[in-house]
Write a protein that binds this ligand. Structure first.
Ligand SMILES: Cc1cc2nc3c(=O)[nH]c(=O)nc-3n(C[C@H](O)[C@H](O)[C@H](O)COP(=O)(O)OP(=O)(O)OC[C@H]3O[C@@H](n4cnc5c(N)ncnc54)[C@H](O)[C@@H]3O)c2cc1C
Length: 306
């Protein structure tokens, strides 16, 4: 493993390092690049800025899996408050919500996750926006798709993320090609029994899945920073006669910002995944660990300015 990556991940696990690093002014500045805000008000302000720059947004609340019902309920309340404020701020037409089912009780009881997601989807519809279910590791895929199928009965516009890393995903894409589907590579280390482990195979599967989605009547959302895949998807969309508003690209907040602006200027719909919430530190360290160049820059600023 790259030494900077190991250092950053080790730092993420240490409480002492966390206390020092998370309060350093430079950390706050770097966090602002990747995290929309700690509070709902900050996240909405940032959403407004992105929308003013011609981008759409999906807001993802940061935090781990709910270990009990009380925590799941608190997360539901946070989403309901966010949806209320999105509506009141007039941003609901350009910003939606991403939901991790684990945060609202999936590991405790699938029924609880469905009830929670149902309340959130109902609030989203009332507020004039939509919800997309994030996808977590492969052990949750069937459960997430079962919950999605229930949600589709009342809210067919509910989206879901599918992961090209998984061997099953072309079939899932064909089955869901009439809906809103976010296609990503997949963020989880998965066993070879269910997933491609060679990055080239993952990319080939991404293109296979993209073709399946573009051939269907739904709304595909291509979540990747990979310049090669973005180029291929744009070309395939033309083959399939997709109008510019018939699909979108999605990138993470702070990742390839110039590319986000370039794609939007070319007429593509571009949506930025904007994470927010108090638990931003772990997310920031994971982002930095993924990009050793950013991490090295951050470490140098931390040492020289703090
Ligand atoms: C909007 C969005 C939503 C997502 N939702 C989910 C989800 O629900 N479930 C899930 O498992 N995963 C999700 N992911 C994560 C995704 O699965 C990948 O782990 C992540 O996007 C990295 O893959 P990549 O396609 O960007 O390409 P990679 O294979 O990581 O990188 C390919 C190339 O892209 C460029 N690149 C990649 N990252 C960056 C960067 N940060 N800055 C500059 N260049 C970069 C580099 O040129 C790199 O060589 C999401 C990602 C995005 C963007």
């Amino acid at each position: 493993m790259n030494p900077v990556r190991s250092l950053i991940l080790a730092a993420a696990g240490s409480d002492a390092v966390r206390r020092v690093v998370s309060t350093a002014p430079v950390t706050r500045r770097v966090a602002r690049r990747f995290v929309a805000g700690e509070t709902l008000a900050e996240a909405l302000d940032r959403t407004g800025d992105l929308v003013e720059h011609g981008l759409r947004v999906t807001l993802g609340h940061l935090g781990g899996a709910a270990a009990d019902r009380r925590t799941a309920e608190r997360t539901v309340q946070t989403h309901l408050a966010l949806l209320d404020q999105l509506h009141d701020s007039g941003l609901a037409g350009d910003a939606e919500v991403s939901l991790r089912l684990s945060a609202v009780g999936q590991a405790l009881d699938e029924r609880l996750a469905l009830d929670s997601a149902t309340r959130i989807c109902a609030a989203a519809e009332q507020g004039g926006t939509t919800v997309t279910l994030d996808m977590e590791d492969h052990t949750t895929t069937d459960s997430t798709l079962r919950v999605l199928a229930e949600l589709h009965r009342a809210w067919p516009s509910t989206g879901v993320a599918l992961q090209a890393r998984l061997r099953r995903t072309p079939a899932d894409c064909r089955a869901l090609a009439g809906h809103r589907v976010r296609l990503c590579k997949g963020a989880y280390a998965e066993p070879a029994s269910v997933a491609f482990t060679d990055p080239h195979e993952v990319d080939l599967n991404y293109v296979r899945c993209a073709n399946a989605l573009l051939a269907g009547p739904g709304y595909p959302m291509f979540a990747t920073h990979d310049p090669r895949l973005i180029g291929i998807v744009a070309e395939r969309a033309r083959w399939h006669d997709r109008a510019p508003e018939g699909f979108e690209f999605q990138l993470l907040l702070g990742a390839r910002p110039a590319e986000q602006t370039r794609l939007a200027a070319e007429g593509h719909v571009v949506r930025v995944y904007a994470p927010h919430g108090e638990q931003w530190y772990g997310y920031l360290t994971r982002r930095l660990a993924e990009r050793p160049a950013d991490a090295a820059l951050f470490l140098r600023s931390l040492v020289s300015r703090s």
